[in-house]
Design a protein around this ligand. Structure first.
Ligand SMILES: [Zn+2]
Length: 545
């Protein structure tokens, strides 16, 4: 999906001995959004914006190790050992010495001849590296100015972590001017390094630069135009995590020391085999327990009792992403935790006083089709007619942010209609749910409308699997087969194909069979067929209902 940005220059941070001024360049193609203020909570802001940077660059996908250097070294060593062995007799030793001399001359010649090639090659690699490096930041954060709060949102490169930093106006000493709206901001690694220079004793000005749209048009050079082709899967991931925020969840608070203990546990232990989850054990009135597998280690959060009424166990994966919270521990008062359910997204909201930081973790990571079909977060949740929907959106936009209760009262409508309509706007990227204040906020993720039908499913098979489920053409049955594995059998579609799936203790699909042509031809090499997907989604749904 192609996005066009036109920044008024670059975002800049200027530091001197007594002051720091941060100026964010907004996208001038969007509605004018601006803000000017002076920070009063410098250190918490520095830590929080740095944590946001960690989300932007977070990439926990598996990367193969580069063994080339070791291999070259080993080959060279082998040659030397061989020579040493052969050189046991004196005459041979002399000959070897002579040959080595010749060899070094030849080597020198060869490297002289090859030098231009290696230079060009290294230039090429550094070009690739730089190009790739910049690609980290094409996923520029979005900034939104609201009457009560200014907030940044971003989504990680590996399409699995969402970050939101909200700064209430108490964070600023004086606010000169602001105009509500949402815009993308120019962001770079250099900017992150400049953030590290923020100090308590220095006055820090904070500007979303309004001159971007006051600049006269003949000065076109100062604009930075960008065309960014974001993968559909990235946009879908962002929307899925956003719409997960509107769903009911299990809630509890953690003391910053508990989060410290989690991070300590993750730093101290390595995982070579699965399962790799954290299991939260929640008993009413009892301290929250977190069990880390496969080590079987338990952290009892003595300072954090579970206040819910029902005993629960929830497992979450991708726990190394929690290390993003590390920088916030010294400045956080507490962490609110929201768990949607086993294998589903989870949220950690750091309470930083006048600021709040939400870390959203998807239940999946990029390209991980073995977890596909876990939950259709983009499914419409209520039938609200187009007129009412639009009216609700426009009413929300009058105040920019509002709770569903207040909106229901103000519009004299049933709350379920309000939440139905607003969850549809959330799925479309026009509204976001603020888990910190429990309000809906107007936030247009992009200037142009997002193509929702294209985004909802990642492929045709996923679409057709969901269709079969909505037409009640799927049945499924599961049983434990030991080792935390579950075997699911199903009967799917008009043709009543029989399917058989095995899910391991990390919720990955490890074996699957189906009678259809697609599966017979491709097995799992192209991902699961629609029948296997449908069986899995159906089974998951029956578990959650
Ligand atoms: Zn099939």
């Amino acid at each position: 999906m192609l996005f066009n940005y036109k920044y008024s220059g670059s975002s800049q941070v200027d530091s001197n001995a007594s002051s720091t001024s941060m100026s964010f360049a907004p996208d001038t193609l969007r509605e004018p959004t601006f803000f000017r203020g002076t920070l009063s909570k410098n250190i918490p802001f520095r830590e929080a914006i740095s944590a946001l940077h960690d989300v932007v660059t977070s990439d926990l996908r598996w990367k193969p190790k580069d063994k080339d250097e070791y291999k070259a070294w080993a080959a060279e060593q082998e040659r030397i050992y061989l020579e040493e062995m052969r050189a046991k007799s004196e005459p041979i030793k002399i000959k070897v010495k002579e040959l080595q001399k010749q060899l070094s001359v030849i080597n020198a010649q060869s490297s002289r001849i090859m030098r231009p090639f290696y230079e060009a090659q290294s230039k090429f690699y550094s070009y690739l590296y730089k190009k790739d490096y910049d690609a980290w930041f094409v996923l520029d954060p979005v900034i939104t100015v609201h009457p009560d709060e200014i907030f940044y949102e971003c989504f990680s490169q590996d399409e699995s972590s969402y970050g939101r930093l909200g700064c209430s106006y108490e964070v600023f000493k004086n606010i000169n001017e602001f105009e509500c709206g949402t815009t993308n901001i120019d962001y770079s690694d250099a900017l992150y390094k400049e953030f590290q220079k923020i100090r308590n004793y220095k006055e820090t000005d904070f500007v979303v630069d309004p001159s971007g749209f006051e600049v006269n048009t003949d000065n076109e050079d100062s604009f930075k135009e960008l065309k960014i082709d974001l993968p559909d899967s990235w946009v879908r991931g962002f929307l899925q995590v956003s719409s997960a925020m509107t769903l009911d969840s299990t809630q509890f608070d953690l003391h910053p020391m508990d989060v410290y203990n989690f991070c300590f546990m993750l730093r101290r232990n390595k995982t070579r085999v699965g399962p790799r989850y954290i299991k939260f054990v929640l008993e009413p009135g009892q301290p929250i327990k977190a069990i880390f597998e496969p080590w079987g280690k338990e952290i009892v959060c003595e300072r954090s009792p579970y206040l819910g009424n029902e005993s629960k166990e929830v497992k979450i994966w991708g726990r190394r992403r929690l290390l993003i919270l590390e920088r916030l521990i010294p400045v956080a008062k507490k962490f609110k935790v929201r768990l949607l359910g086993t294998g589903l997204p989870s949220f950690f909201i750091a309470d930083l006083g006048d600021m709040n930081f939400t870390l959203g973790l998807s239940g999946w990571t990029k390209n991980d089709w073995s977890k596909a079909g876990n939950f259709d977060l983009m499914a419409p949740r209520a039938d609200v007619d187009l007129y009412t929907k639009k009216k609700i959106f426009e009413t929300l936009k009058e105040n920019w942010q509002e709770s569903s209760d207040d909106l229901a009262k103000r519009m004299n409508l049933d709350k379920s209609i309000i939440t139905g309509a607003l969850s549809a706007y959330t799925q479309a990227g026009s509204v976001m749910y603020d888990m910190n204040k429990n309000v809906y906020r107007v936030r247009e993720l992009s200037r142009e409308k997002l193509p929702m039908d294209k985004l909802r499913f990642s492929n045709e098979r996923e679409r057709s699997a969901n269709q079969m489920i909505s037409q009640n053409r799927v049945s499924s049955n599961g049983q434990s087969i030991g080792d935390g594995k579950i075997k699911i059998t199903g009967s799917v579609g008009r043709n009543q194909y029989n399917t058989e799936l095995v899910i391991d203790s990390d919720q990955r699909l490890i074996e699957a069979e189906c009678q259809c042509h697609f599966h017979q031809k491709n097995k799992l090499f192209q991902g699961p067929c629609e029948h296997i997907l449908a069986t899995r989604i159906h089974f998951n749904k029956s578990k959650f209902n």
